[in-house]
Design a protein around this ligand. Structure first.
Ligand SMILES: NC(=O)c1ccc[n+]([C@@H]2O[C@H](COP(=O)([O-])OP(=O)(O)OC[C@H]3O[C@@H](n4cnc5c(N)ncnc54)[C@H](OP(=O)(O)O)[C@@H]3O)[C@@H](O)[C@H]2O)c1
Length: 345
């Protein structure tokens, strides 16, 4: 008989409206057998090592998860999201004990996954495993697919990135610089602005919280206008960017984090610029781009190894830090990619 062990979990207490709070979640301890039950085929039992905190998870905390593009979390159940995991037991032909993988898993110490279609085996293990929650995982692919496929960049173009020091933004800026663009980023603190300029190599950066007039700030950094706007924020920022776009500019709509906690989304007033400037605004979701993942790894891994791309992580220790880390995304507490260490091995 398989031994039962305790299994700490981060559970949603109640559906959330408005800004999420730590008290919307709680840590509970249940138990789990570390072997797959007999007759359960195509299953893996995983030990969760690193969990990714992602803004889209806010949509899943709402009762009407349809407002996001994924189903809602269930109150009383552990949250789920992206993570890096170790396979402890497998009846799935693609995985064996000891393999590492990244993809969807539970916010708990151990997860039994039946039909784990949403896991990708990790072959490259000479880089930090935590990178599979960020630069080598979903967020990295988001930056790559968004920049190359949606922005249609040309060398020398003027690129603006909002939430630029975050998990996606820091990479978009570095990819754009390597491609030969002029890149400006905005972020919400002096420390983040310093990172953008001094660590990630952005040409310029500004603290949007200290700019009473976003339009004037954009005119200062882009006197000739913006060719590409990588949109992570929405709301007032999008409104300010629209009149500053150049003719035939592109706006890759990756996210609108400023809107996720509002009961009523803010309006955008400057939409006629889309016509006058012949703009293309295109939303995208990373899950449509998984076919690019092998090509992305071939591109990004040499850049990381040569030191041409760096990646800043905000590492929180222990599942107990999960709720505070997740809600911190919505106040800008995180500096770089926010992740939670459940176990290092
Ligand atoms: N389309 C896709 O498939 C896809 C995939 C991944 C992520 N995304 C989106 O990409 C965006 C960035 O995600 P990420 O994982 O890289 O997160 P992140 O940038 O690492 O963290 C979120 C950051 O957003 C900023 N922020 C929070 N509230 C804000 C507000 N009201 N106004 C302006 N900025 C605010 C904060 O930075 P500051 O201190 O700079 O304010 C915060 O640190 C999000 O909108 C997310 O939903 C989309």
């Amino acid at each position: 008989m398989a031994e039962e062990v305790s299994n700490k979990q981060v559970v949603l207490k109640n559906y959330v409206s408005g800004y999420p709070k730590e008290s919307d979640m709680q840590i509970v301890t249940s138990s789990i057998k570390l072997h797959i039950p007999p007759d359960t085929q195509n299953a893996v039992l995983v030990k969760n090592l690193y969990l990714s905190c992602d803004p889209y998870m806010r949509g899943r905390m709402a009762e009407n998860g349809a407002a996001s593009y994924l189903s809602s979390f269930q109150p009383g159940e552990p949250l789920s999201g992206y993570g890096a995991v170790k396979i402890l037991d497998s009846t799935h032909p693609n995985y064996k004990k000891g393999d590492l993988a990244w993809g969807f898993t539970g916010w708990e110490e151990y997860t039994l996954q039946v039909s784990p279609q949403l896991l990708i085996r990790i072959e490259q293990t000479d880089l930090p495993l935590s990178y599979y929650t960020g630069i080598l995982g979903m967020t990295g692919l988001t930056a790559y697919a968004g920049f190359y496929e949606v922005c249609s960049p040309k060398k020398g173009e003027y690129v603006y990135v909002s939430a630029a020091s975050g998990a996606v933004g820091q990479l978009v800026g570095q990819l754009a610089k390597l491609f030969g663009c002029y890149v400006v980023g905005s972020a919400g603190s002096k420390e983040k602005v310093d990172l953008l300029k001094n660590k990630f190599g952005f040409d310029e950066a500004f603290n949007y919280k200290e700019e009473p007039d976003l339009d004037a700030a954009l005119k200062r950094y882009f006197p000739e206008g913006v060719d590409i706007y990588f949109e992570n924020v929405g709301g007032k920022m999008l409104d300010a960017v629209l009149p500053n776009m150049r003719i035939r500019g592109r706006i890759a709509v990756c996210g609108m984090i400023s809107q996720y906690n509002l009961d009523k989304p803010e309006g955008v007033h400057n939409l006629p610029n889309i016509i006058w400037k012949r703009l293309r605004l295109e939303g995208f979701i990373v899950s449509d781009s998984y076919h690019l993942y092998p090509k992305y790894l071939e591109t990004v891994i040499p850049y990381i190894k040569q030191g041409k791309i760096v990646y800043v992580e905000d590492v929180a220790e222990g599942l107990e830090s999960g709720p505070a880390s997740l809600i911190g995304l919505f106040t800008g507490r995180n500096i770089g990619k926010q992740l939670v260490v459940v176990s290092r091995e």
